[in-house]
Design a protein around this ligand. Sequence first.
Ligand SMILES: Cc1cc2nc3c(=O)[nH]c(=O)nc-3n(C[C@H](O)[C@H](O)[C@H](O)COP(=O)(O)OP(=O)(O)OC[C@H]3O[C@@H](n4cnc5c(N)ncnc54)[C@H](O)[C@@H]3O)c2cc1C
Length: 479
Amino acid sequence: MAHGPFDEVTGGRGDAEQSVLVIGGGLAGIVAAARLAESGWRVTLLEARRSLGGRAFSFIDRESERELDNGQHVFVGACRNLTEFLERIGARGLWHLQPRLNVDIYDRAGHGGKLYGVGGPAPVHLLAAFITYRHLGLGDKVRAVRGVIAAMRADRSTPDMETTSFYDWLRAHGQSERCIYNLWNVIIEGTLNDNIQDVSAAMGLMITQDGLLKGRREINIGYPKAPLAQALGTPSKVHLHNLGVRTLLGCPVRAIEADASGSVQYVEAGNHQVFAADAYVSAVPFWILPGLIPEDLAGKEPFSSLTGLQSSPIVNVHLEYDRPVMDREFCYFLDNPLQWVFNDSLIRSSNQSHVGQSLTVSISAAWDQIDLPRPDLMKSIAAEMRAAFPKARDAQLLKSTVVKQRNATFRCTPGAQRFRPGPVTASPNLFLAGEWTDTGWPSTMEGAIISGYNAAAEVVSRFGSAADTGEKNSVRPMV
Ligand SMILES: Cc1cc2nc3c(=O)[nH]c(=O)nc-3n(C[C@H](O)[C@H](O)[C@H](O)COP(=O)(O)OP(=O)(O)OC[C@H]3O[C@@H](n4cnc5c(N)ncnc54)[C@H](O)[C@@H]3O)c2cc1C
């Protein structure tokens, strides 16, 4: 193994017989590396950036001098692998999960409604939340209950569910426009980062069945109480170090070289450093991988299908006011570009703003905002804030930062599922991880973790566990 001008986190586990190289230090790569190290492999992880965490990261904003997330990250109780992983890396205490669902939702006229989880077994908890929801009239409440029952009974694995949009499925099951936009879209827009007309019925039903209907706890919303580098990246780095993983940061892979049979021989990283191993796990985004592999391999499945995947943007606007303007942890705005507003001053355990209040506006499916010049975007967001929060009308906006993430998540459009490969490739020793692989989940931290487990399981299944546990199941995700 080569040495280079990288931030090397550990000397690694030099004694294990079999070696694996993991490319990409987002959640998928971190989990794959950790699982393989636990299975006795000698693991090296190469990450292009100077920090771990991938698309879930924070940075010091020069303008505001605050540590800001690239985007507000939220999870739900159904994310069992994420919760377990956070426990494992000692970071669970840095993430809050509501004891029961509690979301305030406002319409354009300023009327408030609430999605509130009540007691009782599933699906009673959800039906009750829908029935008490004030942004639906009586007729729409009845329709919503019928929609929930239809969703419970639906078989989302049939081929037509993958090619139909969730919007069309909801319409076909008696849901009115008001039901769809005041209720279903509140859940879908953020979780799938897309317009409800553009997501598959299969994925919409997955969110409903596994996220909303499985149990009372699954629907509860959680968020990090610290910036993502502290809540995820740094604890992951320490965890990998403790497992003996050699982590090289600031080490972008330029090429994955294979022989005529497609077997990977080595990878070339920045500064022409060469790394060789028995097995390789790619955990880079789908739009980067084809540029790293040899042309003839890129022409074969599953790599050739990756051009079918698309991504959708998220824009976050961080605001600092001279006084409190919002009293809740977070809330959602119907039919409003603000969408979700999070009260950082309240939900962050180390309140960074000593005076005033720090808020984050999180805009999913942000096609209308992603190309707007920042000053224009800021102006319109500030105006929407004044309209939505009466206290913002007198408050002074001290600082603001726009963070645009064009390729935030992959899209679950109708038919996109066929482009999501499993961990196995045309190469005998190259395996795939990444939230965009076939995990059953949308583009989420949970999906990334499952993909890391799937890739590690496949490596162990193909080559055997270096510690010879032979326990394929020990590296499987929880489902
Ligand atoms: C703004 C935003 C908000 C989000 N909100 C949520 C949310 O609320 N809830 C949720 O669950 N998910 C959310 N997500 C999605 C979630 O962050 C991702 O699904 C998840 O982090 C993807 O993890 P990954 O490891 O599969 O990929 P990535 O995180 O993209 O990791 C890939 C890694 O590979 C590295 N890399 C790339 N090229 C190379 C190379 N050539 N050599 C070496 N390394 C390389 C990258 O630097 C990166 O670290 C959000 C994402 C964004 C951007």
